[in-house]
Ligand binder design. Structure first.
Ligand code: FES
Length: 566
């Protein structure tokens, strides 16, 4: 007998006559060749995020085929549909500006179309967070599948991969250590296959913490994009999607704050991207959980970093895959996790860990008593320069700069930076602190990954590789250096960053989690009073929505109106 609460009967178009709505819907979809028998089955939607502008999703058509096989074999109808997709290098002004738009698109398509569950296929940095944010707001059964990491390339005998090596080779080129011929040559090797960046950048971080959250298949994060294993994972994801459809296993039924705490612990233990904190905060926020950054610091400050991947370590994602991936990491981290959390498979984290047989000898996933970085790969800072918060990935910083007092050189915005950074007259030494403002959520807009301020050319040529750099922007997870990011409130929102002047002194003290502008509170208030803010610009469309509603970094850069109604 037809179940009129599922499949084609869901989310009927409003004509004022439900009988006519289903009659018309069936008439149209039969144009694709479906029979009544097929149309009586449950429906699993599949997001198609393929685009010629997104090479990280180049394998999505293949994955969709495998997901469909799994869904059909389990007795449901797979229906794929497009949503927007966002690639890091093909999004102006920056991909983060579009993340919330993609989340709205995903949410509304999941809400509008008939489906009993959905397989979300993402991969490139902003896509997985956007999909989870949107899907969690709809609270229908979903399971995440990622496209998987790309393989590594080879340049003059050296193994290379996007995008830590992209930045490293570009820095060498800027310092005139390599010539034009070599920079062009390595450009052909950095992205040798489709798939996501092969280091512990944001995409890898999001894949691993999504698996830790329990909304992806076990071992679903690491299989390379072009491997047969990736297709098997896709097929199995299709099968599990039919199961969660039959159980109506909504995210709110099994995800608790403990799942998010596990994800934060894993983020710290893998030396994950700082972007992961912003995204996880936004994702949790959609389910009504407030992730407090100070709690994150307290919770993870004793968590050892045990995964040896670039940019903090040496390996690539394909090495992590061969070393056992997340299940092996979880085995090592058992004492730091909530083991009773449920996952989309219906099993607890502990049950999954018990099934893991990954204990062969390897170098990529360390024991907790032999870590890559002893504790707390990401530290949360506060102080008069960042009353809200700021963060630093200390595992990817220079140890001698983790306590540093220096004279600051201020860049007012990205244009100012581009104009002056390579000037011979720039008043900097290796001990200076570089400060870039107006690249926060409102300022740029969209908080671009420009926090990795380049070393001024005149210093790079002298061999300077790292300096303390501070901004209200973000940094790619593939980058490294002593970089303070996400300073909150941002300059464009009237934060202290806005009144710093070149020649001031700033003290960074990571051990004591502090970031201080060394002037009095009275002087700060006086400068704030005298500072003239730029006039408001008239805006339209998405740009208007963005500027009027975006939250600060400590709230995940989500839109205020997308969080649950209290
Ligand atoms: Fe897509 Fe790095 S650019 S994952």
């Amino acid at each position: 007998m037809t179940n009129k609460k599922r499949g084609m009967y869901k989310n009927l178009t409003s004509y004022g006559d439900n009988g006519f709505s289903i009659f018309l819907r069936k008439a149209f979809i039969k144009g694709l060749g479906y029979t009544d028998e097929m149309l009586d089955k449950p429906i699993v939607g599949i997001t198609n995020t393929y685009s010629d502008y997104n090479p990280c999703h180049g394998n999505v058509p293949e994955l969709i085929k495998s997901v469909k096989s799994g869904i059909l074999a389990s007795g449901a109808i797979p229906l794929e549909f497009p949503t927007i997709t966002v690639h890091e290098s093909f999004a102006h002004p920056t991909s983060m500006y579009l993340r919330n738009l993609m989340s709205i698109d995903t949410e509304e398509m999941l809400r509008a179309q008939p489906m009993d569950a959905c397989v979300l296929i993402g991969g490139c940095d902003k896509t997985v967070p956007a999909q989870l944010m949107g899907a969690f707001s709809t609270d229908i059964p979903v399971i995440q599948l990622v496209t998987g990491p790309m393989l590594t390339g080879s340049h003059r005998g050296e193994r290379v991969g996007a995008c830590t090596d992209c930045r490293r080779y570009w820095a060498k080129y800027r310092a005139e250590e390599i010539d034009e011929e070599e920079i062009n040559e390595v450009n052909n090797q950095l992205v040798p296959t489709v798939g996501t960046c092969g280091v512990m950048g944001t995409a890898s971080t999001m894949a691993l913490i999504t698996e830790a959250l329990g909304i992806m298949l076990p071992n679903g994060a690491c299989a390379p994009a072009v491997s047969a294993e990736r297709k098997r994972i896709a097929e199995e994801t299709g099968r599990v999607a039919v199961e969660i459809a039959s159980k109506d296993l909504k995210p709110s039924k099994f995800l608790t704050i403990k799942n998010f705490e596990n994800a934060l612990t894993v983020l710290s233990a893998i030396g994950g991207s700082t972007n992961g904190i912003i995204h996880l905060t936004a994702i949790a926020g959609r389910l009504g959980f407030d992730l407090n950054l100070n709690d994150f610091d307290l919770m993870t400050k004793d968590t050892p970093m045990i995964v040896d991947l670039k940019p903090s370590g040496a390996g690539y994602m394909e090495d992590l895959f061969r070393s056992g991936g997340l299940p092996r990491i979880l085995v090592e981290l058992k004492n730091y996790l909530h083991l009773d959390t449920q996952t989309v498979t219906g099993q607890t984290l502990n049950e999954l860990i018990e099934k893991s047989k990954y204990n062969w000898k390897q170098e990529i996933i360390r024991k907790t008593d032999n870590p890559i970085f002893e504790k707390g790969s990401i530290a949360v800072l506060t102080g008069n320069l960042a009353p809200g918060s700021a963060i630093i990935k200390q595992s990817a910083a220079s140890e001698h700069l983790l306590y540093h007092e220096g004279i600051v050189e201020v860049f007012d915005n990205l244009e100012d930076l581009a104009e002056r950074i390579d000037s011979d007259d720039l008043n900097v030494t290796k001990d200076s602190i570089l400060l870039l403002r107006n690249i926060g959520p409102i300022g740029a807009p969209g908080m671009p990954e420009a926090g990795l301020i380049p070393i001024p050319k005149k210093l790079a040529k002298q061999g300077v590789k790292d300096m303390v750099r501070i901004s209200d922007g973000r940094m790619s997870g593939t980058a490294s250096g002593t970089i303070v990011l996400h300073v909150c409130p941002e300059a464009a929102a009237g934060g202290t960053l806005n009144i710093v002047e070149s020649g001031d002194t700033i003290k960074l003290d990571v051990k004591n989690r502090s970031l201080e502008l060394m002037i009095s509170e009275e002087e700060i208030e006086l400068r704030k009073k005298n500072k003239i803010m730029p006039p408001k610009i008239k805006r339209r469309g998405y740009n208007k929505i963005f500027h009027e509603n975006v939250l600060q970094a400590d709230k995940g850069v989500d839109f205020d109106f997308l969080r649950p109604i209290q």
